[in-house]
Design a protein around this ligand. Structure first.
Ligand code: SF4
Length: 343
């Protein structure tokens, strides 16, 4: 059993046959949230540490590699217990350090601009495997539960979070638990390619996380060229689900929009974006694409991106061009993992 998969109540139950005193679960959980292994849990009797170590796993991932970019973001490559490899990126921001975490090994959504989907989905990550990325990096940066080095979480690494719904919801509960890392749910952003039923289900749960929707085009015809999922859900469906999320939670919805020259950056695109997001609190994150090896897709220049952003603002749309972090260290989703798998 991976102990990071458990909440405090489940941990109490697991520990009961070993030591039924109620404070034990709190003690163990604190060590787990600090990224520690059983051998480091110094306020536990050695016999208990040994027994737990024989039967269970404390931390489900190890950091294989960390590569610092010129812009101070750090790309991480992790190994899971079964040998699978995932990645993430730490981004220092003025508004608080942010960790981007993966939710699946690979992805089955097959977006044209993304390296994570190239080999398809391998498997879902458990809640503890997602949390393990946070505990490992927080520790790597010299943090612990009372002095956190990570303030915000974005579920934007490899995988579609809503395709691994139950584990992701449990992760959000665990990472925000006051007895653990205590990162507020409002400091968690979940990015989806637009699985509309699951977006509504998430809205109904009322967790209050920020929802970020990969829109990337205003017309189905173009969206289908970029995203396989657009064959299942139309732009209208996706916008309706995003609107539902806003109405249910009152949270501003973020739309991710990767700018592709000659495909989705015309004045008409800007006008349609304004129309689609009218009447809801929304922000458009315009993305400068990192070059992805094995994908034949071009982005745009900085000036072209800024011009498109200006057009949107003139139409009253809240929009910014997202700083592309880590492009010198394979910063785009799935690139580093692929380079490692391909040798
Ligand atoms: S962008 Fe996200 S949903 Fe699309 S293939 Fe990549 S990881 Fe999957």
């Amino acid at each position: 059993m991976i102990l990071l998969d458990l909440n405090i109540e489940e941990l109490k139950e697991l520990l009961a046959p070993y030591d039924c005193r109620s404070f034990r679960a709190q003690q163990v959980y604190k060590w787990l949230a600090n990224g520690c292994d059983f051998s480091e849990m110094s306020d536990l009797p050695k016999s208990l540490r040994d027994k737990l170590g024989e039967n269970h796993t404390a931390q489900p991932i190890v950091i294989l590699e960390s590569i610092k970019s010129k812009d101070s973001s750090v790309k991480f490559l992790y190994r899971l217990i079964d040998g699978n490899i995932i990645e993430g990126v730490f981004m220092p921001h003025d508004y608080g350090n942010t960790l981007c975490v993966s939710t699946q090994v690979g992805c089955r959504m097959g977006c044209e601009f993304c390296a994570s989907g190239i080999g398809g989905l391998v498997r879902n990550l458990s809640a503890g495997e997602i949390l393990g990325q946070v505990t490992a990096v927080n520790r790597f940066l010299g943090g612990n539960v009372s002095d956190r080095k990570i303030m915000n979480i974005v579920l934007m690494g490899s995988g579609e979070p809503l395709d691994n719904f139950d584990n992701v919801v449990k992760f959000i509960d665990l990472v925000s638990a006051p007895y653990g890392l205590n990162i507020g749910k409002r400091s968690v952003s979940l990015s989806t390619c637009g699985l509309t039923e699951k977006m509504r289900e998430l809205a109904d749960l009322g967790l209050g996380v920020t929802l970020s929707v990969s829109l990337h085009a205003t017309l189905d015809e173009y969206r289908r060229k970029l995203m396989l999922i657009a064959n299942k859900y139309s732009v209208t469906d996706v916008i309706a689900a995003a609107r539902y999320y806003f109405q249910k939670t009152g949270r501003r919805v973020i739309f991710e929009y990767s700018m592709v020259k000659g495909v989705n950056m015309s004045f008409l695109d800007a006008k349609r974006l304004a129309e689609l997001t009218k009447g809801m609190s929304a922000h458009i994150n315009l993305i400068m694409l990192n070059k992805v090896e094995g994908k034949n897709i071009a982005g745009c220049t900085k000036q072209e991106g800024e011009r498109f952003c200006e057009k949107l603002r003139e139409l009253g749309v809240s929009a910014t061009v997202r700083r592309s972090m880590g492009s010198d260290v394979a910063g785009a989703c799935g690139q580093l993992r692929r380079s490692r798998i391909n040798g």
